[in-house]
Design a binder for this molecule. Structure first.
Ligand SMILES: Cc1cc2nc3c(=O)[nH]c(=O)nc-3n(C[C@H](O)[C@H](O)[C@H](O)COP(=O)(O)O)c2cc1C
Length: 286
C-alpha cells in the first residue's frame, strides 16, 4: 500500500506514525508554572539526540489552549525528564488526563516530588532516572491540528538510583522502563537480544562471535571483505559452529534477498514470559 500524506487526513498519518515508530520511549516531564503549580505529563514523541552535551527532545501536540507542559517550559525554560518504570505506569497514565492548569499533578497521581539540584521543577522520586533539563530551543514544527512543537533541552544534571548503575552502565532489568506502542498499548523492556556489530576489516574470513538473549541464543557472524557483503545467510546457531571457527575464507555468495526468518520473528524459545506478545493494554482508570 502506498500512502501519500498530502492526500491523507492528519488523523490517519498520525495513526501510521504511532503504529510504525514503536516502541517509543516515554518522557515523563515535570514542570512548574510561574505561579508555582507542579505539573506532570508523559510524552512519547521523545528521544535523546546528542551525547555531548547530553540533549533530549520531545514534542507536545498542538491544541488551544496549549498543553501545560508547553506553557510552563516556555515561561520558565526548565523541566525534568523522569523515566517511567513498570512500577509507576498507572500513575503516569493518571497524569495524562487533561487536568486543569491549577491542579498539582504530583498530588493527583500520588507520586512524590523531590527537589531538583539546579532547577525549580521537582523530580519524581519513584523514577529510577531523572534528568534536569534547561530549555535550548522550541521549534514550532506545525500549527495544524495534529501539529506540534519540538522542545529541545540540555540535560544539566542526571540523578540515577545507585542500585541500577555500575560504571555508568544502567541495568535495564533494574530500570524496567516501559515503552509505548500505538493506542493504549505498552511494552516492557524485558524481552531483549544482543547482536555484536560487525567491524569492517580488510581481510577475508574474520569471525565475530555474538551472544544473544543472555546466552539463550548465540550466533557466529561471518564477515567478508565488504561491509555490504556481510552474509546474513551464514548466521547459524553457535552450538553447530562451535567456538572460534577455523574456516577458510568464505566463498563469494550472492547478497541475500531477505533476512533469515530468525531476524524477522524469533523462535518461541527466546520470547518473553508472555509468549512474545510482551504488551498489555492500559486504559485510563479515571
Ligand atoms: C504514554 C503517553 C504518551 C503521550 N505522548 C504524548 C506526546 O508525545 N505528545 C503530546 O502532545 N501528548 C502526549 N500524550 C498526551 C499528554 O500526556 C496529555 O495531553 C497530557 O494531559 C498533557 O498534560 P499537560 O497539559 O499537563 O502538559 C501522551 C500520553 C500518554 C499516556
Amino acid at each position: 500500500m502506498v500512502i501519500d500524506p498530502a492526500s491523507t487526513s492528519g488523523a490517519n498519518t498520525y495513526k501510521l506514525l504511532i503504529g510504525s515508530v514503536v516502541p517509543r520511549p516515554i518522557a515523563f516531564v515535570s514542570t512548574i508554572s510561574e505561579a508555582g503549580v507542579r505539573n506532570l505529563a508523559p510524552f512519547s514523541f521523545f528521544n535523546a539526540i546528542c551525547g555531548e552535551p547530553p540533549v533530549i527532545c520531545f514534542s507536545t501536540s498542538m491544541r488551544e489552549p496549549r498543553k501545560d507542559t508547553y506553557l510552563n517550559i516556555q515561561a520558565t525554560g526548565e523541566f525534568v525528564v523522569n523515566i517511567v518504570s513498570e512500577a509507576i505506569a498507572e500513575q503516569m497514565n493518571i497524569s495524562a488526563a487533561d487536568w486543569p492548569h491549577d491542579r498539582d499533578e504530583f498530588e493527583i497521581s500520588g507520586l512524590t516530588p523531590l527537589p531538583s539540584d539546579l532547577i525549580r521543577p521537582p523530580r519524581v522520586a519513584e523514577s529510577h532516572v531523572n534528568m534536569e533539563c534547561k530549555l535550548m530551543q522550541i521549534i514550532e514544527v506545525s500549527a495544524k491540528p495534529r501539529g506540534g512543537s519540538l522542545i529541545i533541552g540540555e540535560v544539566i544534571r542526571f540523578h540515577v538510583e545507585d542500585a541500577i548503575i555500575d560504571s555508568f552502565r544502567i541495568d535495564p532489568d533494574k530500570l524496567r522502563a516501559i515503552g509505548r506502542m500505538g493506542g493504549d498499548e505498552y511494552v516492557r523492556t524485558r524481552d531483549r537480544f544482543s547482536m555484536i556489530r560487525p567491524k569492517y576489516e580488510n581481510s577475508f574470513g574474520n569471525v565475530a562471535h555474538a551472544s544473544a538473549c543472555s546466552g539463550e541464543l548465540q550466533f557466529a557472524v561471518v564477515r567478508r571483505l565488504k561491509p555490504h557483503a556481510l552474509d546474513l545467510a551464514t548466521l547459524r546457531p553457535l552450538d553447530r559452529i562451535h567456538q572460534r571457527l577455523a574456516i577458510p575464507p568464505p566463498p563469494r555468495l550472492p547478497r541475500p534477498r531477505r533476512l533469515p526468518p530468525l531476524l524477522h520473528r524469533p523462535p518461541r524459545g527466546i520470547l518473553g514470559p508472555h509468549g512474545g506478545r510482551n504488551r498489555h493494554r492500559m486504559v485510563p482508570s479515571l
